[in-house]
Each structure stands twice: as C-alpha cells, then as structure tokens.
Write a protein that binds this ligand. Structure first.
Ligand SMILES: [Zn+2]
Length: 324
C-alpha cells in the first residue's frame, strides 16, 4: 500500500516537473520573440525617420527648382520682349531697304477697281524644272505674266534668270522643300529661306520679299515636327518685311502626277468670289499635264473676262487660316 503511494507521488512529481520545464521553455520563447519584435520596431522607426529626412530634402529641392523656374520665366519674358523690339526694328529696316532696292518685277501691277473684272494670278510652285522653258513659251505666246515660287533645283536654277528676263515675278518658296527639316524649328526655316533668297539673288540679281510657305500657311504636316510653328512663322516673316501668299484657286495638279488635262482645266475655273484669284500650279518634272492644260486655262480665264497679274506687295493678301 505504502509502495503504491510512493510510486504515485513520484509519478505526480515527474509530471509536475515536466509541466514546469514546458512552462519555462514557453516563457523563454515568448520573451525572445518579444525582444525580436522590439528590435524590428526600432528598425522600422529608424527607417521611417530616414524617409522623412529624404522627403524634407526633396521638398527643399522642389522649392529651389520652382524658384529657378520662375526666374527663368521672367528672364524669358524679358528676352521675348527684346526680340519683339528687334523684330520691329528689322521690319522697319527691311521695308526701307525694300523701297530703296525694289525688286525688278518687270510688270506693273494691274489696277482693278472694286466690282470690276477679276485679276487672275497664275502661280507656279517648286520650279524651275525641265518644263520651265515650255511654260515660259506658252505665257509669252499669250502675253501673260505669272509668278514663280521657286526652290533650289540644282542645274535647273539657271532658268530663274529666264523667268525674270521674260517679265515674270520670281518669289521664294524653299531651298530644300524638306518638311521635316524646314518645320523642325524656326531657325531651320529661316536658314532655309535665307538660302533660297541668296540663290535667287545670285541667279537673277533680284532680292524678293514675296514668298509662299511649302504646303501653304494652312499646312498641318508641320505639326508633326514642331507644334505651333506656323503661327510663329506667319507672324515672323511678316515682321521681317516679307509678304506671303497662299492661293484661293487650286488647279489640283498636286493631287497626283500628271492629273488629266480636263480635270486641271475645270478645277481652274472654280474661282472664288473674290476679285483676287490666286491660282496654284506646279512647275515640276512630274507635272507635264499642267503644261498641256495651260493654254486652255489661260483662254478660259480670258473668255471669262479676267485679267492677269503678277504678285507684288500691293496684291491683296490671300492667306489661309493657320492650323498649327
Ligand atoms: Zn511646294
């Protein structure tokens, strides 16, 4: 009996010891993980405060950037107003110069009293070309003078002189006629225009201030290369003393190569209500039908009671609306 009690007590003590050990082990685990959490917490706090420092730093940087941006803005405004002043001065100088050395446009401008016959201005873009002599021949045959907006066409540039000596008006179009270049920046455009102006002057002795934008002032192709450039250029060239002309009657010879003669002839008769009719045609290698259609076009205008003129600074402005 006693033996059994002793055995029971030993068993209970053993169980209690085991439970005690388990308890101690559990407490140890809890204390450790608590310590670890505290450590992690401290790390997080340190990290958060370092982020706060970075944010403060960036805030300060932002402040100094905004201040610099506003400084630049006022500097830019000051420069712009200086540029405006200079442009005005240039424009006055150019006008004085143009009056002093007026381009040798041989034909006097026909005067059309309001309400009377329409004046047709035949204009040829993109020449000279292999077709220039034939065009000049037809114009001579009908005693009609036209306006040629020329580009740099290498050896054909020699025809520029013929255009002028036969009494037509030579005007600027472009040296390269490369949209991606001329409309990439204002500087590129003005440099290209100066080049064609110099070529025309070298070939003909004429320094002209009449011009036409490649694609017209309404072109949208320039948007691809420089947003807003046409708005700036149309004002810019005018401030520089140039007179730019678009057209209000399209022969449609640019709608394809060798457009049928009948189509060109009928398109030319779709005249605007204005008495100033500026007809767009092209003098390029691929426009043989323009040459073929020309006699009929001239005769139709004559039969409609129109007279012919060449473009000069006195010609009423024909401007498209600017789309870029
Ligand atoms: Zn052109």
């Amino acid at each position: 009996m006693k033996n059994i009690d002793v055995k029971k007590s030993k068993g209970i003590i053993a169980v209690l010891c085991f439970l005690l050990i388990v308890l101690i082990a559990l407490s140890a685990v809890l204390v450790r993980s608590n310590l670890r959490y505290k450590r992690t917490d401290r790390n997080f706090n340190a990290e958060i405060s370092s982020y706060k420092d970075v944010i403060d730093q960036k805030g300060k940087e932002l402040e100094s950037y905004s201040k610099r941006a506003s400084d630049y803005e006022s500097e830019r405004n000051a420069l712009n107003s200086k540029i405006d002043d200079l442009n005005k001065q240039i424009s006055i100088k150019r006008e004085q110069q143009a009056q002093a050395t007026a381009p040798v446009s041989a034909t006097p401008q026909p005067v059309t009293p309001a309400g009377e016959a329409k004046t047709v201005y035949l204009t040829f873009d993109d020449g000279p070309s292999p077709h220039t002599p034939a065009i000049l021949q037809i114009l001579d045959q009908y005693g009609v003078k036209a306006t040629f907006f020329v580009k740099d066409n290498g050896s054909y540039n020699a025809y520029m002189k013929d255009i002028v000596t036969r009494g037509h008006v030579i005007a600027l179009h472009s040296q390269t006629h490369n949209y991606s270049y001329i409309y990439s920046s204002d500087e590129a455009f003005y440099s290209d225009m100066k080049n064609i102006s110099d070529i025309v002057f070298q070939q003909t002795g004429v320094r002209t201030n009449i011009m036409r934008f490649p694609g017209g002032s309404s072109n949208t192709v320039s948007k691809k290369y420089n947003a807003g450039i046409m708005s700036r250029l149309t004002k810019g060239v005018t401030n520089m003393g140039y007179y730019y002309y678009d057209w209000n009657c399209d022969s449609t010879d640019a709608s394809g190569n060798n457009v049928p003669v009948e189509k060109l002839v009928s398109s030319c008769m779709r005249m605007p209500s204005s008495n100033t009719v500026i007809v767009l045609m092209h003098d390029t290698n691929a426009k043989a039908t323009t040459v073929q259609a020309l006699p009929q076009i001239i005769e139709n205008y004559r039969n409609a009671g129109c007279q012919f003129g060449v473009i000069s600074p006195q010609t009423p402005a024909v401007h498209h609306s600017v789309n870029n």
